[in-house]
Design a protein around this ligand. Structure first.
Ligand code: NAG
Length: 210
């Protein structure tokens, strides 16, 4: 192996370890994502727009079966968030719509209600599976601890709007129904019928819904 290929391999290994790490402490002021590669954009070419996102004044389209829409502002929407361990999202929920049960594997979420009335809750891990729930009004704040399953439902008469701040540039989301009944390729109905105490036809029905 030539010295050059060793250097190339080492730099590749280093860049991969940075890219796949979960929000490491920052070692520099910023590392704005370079859309071409995974290394930081040359700081000389970084400008204010790399730290800027516009559009959260616009309501998300809630005309869908859940009656809700999440508009993310993660590192993929705002490259300057890369390595900074923080992000946010706008959540719109139509009356009686839900942001269905889901979890963020990499982030705690703190939610502020801007408009409307939200029923929110999260469930702790096994074996307690304790359900913490609360009705929130405009100006109220609630926190969903990292990794725990949580949801929001609009129980008011008008549209509800909330801003969620998350402790990761890329929090990830696992929506329980989609993951369990909408997996590709699907989880066998034998597994799901035992796991959820359902007959196989109900499992197959749920799989067509997701
Ligand atoms: C909202 O989404 C629905 C369903 O996809 C679509 O029919 C409708 O045109 C959308 N409304 C707007 C304003 O984009």
């Amino acid at each position: 192996m030539t010295n050059l290929s060793i250097i190339l391999l080492l730099s590749l290994a280093f860049s991969l370890s940075v890219v796949f790490a979960a929000d490491p402490s920052t070692l520099q002021d910023f590392c704005v994502t370079n859309p071409i590669g995974q290394v930081c954009k040359d700081p000389k070419h970084v400008d204010a727009n790399d730290f800027f996102f516009s559009g959260l004044h616009t309501a998300g389209n809630t005309t869908n079966p859940a009656g809700s829409k999440v508009t993310p502002v993660f590192a993929s929407q705002l490259p300057g968030l890369n390595t900074l361990g923080i992000s946010l999202a706008r959540i719109d929920i139509a009356p009686w719509g839900v942001n269905p049960p889901h979890s963020h594997p990499r982030a705690t979420e703190i939610l502020t209600v801007l408009e409307g009335t939200l029923e929110v809750g999260f469930i702790t891990s096994n074996p307690e599976n304790r359900h913490f729930t609360k009705v929130l009004q405009k100006g109220d704040v609630f926190v969903f601890p990292i990794g725990l399953i949580h949801y929001q439902r609009n129980i008011g008469y008008g549209n509800a709007v909330a801003i969620a701040a998350l402790s990761s540039q890329n929090p990830g989301a696992i929506t329980i129904g989609n993951a369990v009944f909408g997996a590709t390729p699907e989880i066998s109905s034998g597994v799901l019928s035992k796991a959820f105490l359902l007959d196989k036809s109900t499992v197959n029905y749920l799989q067509t819904k997701f």
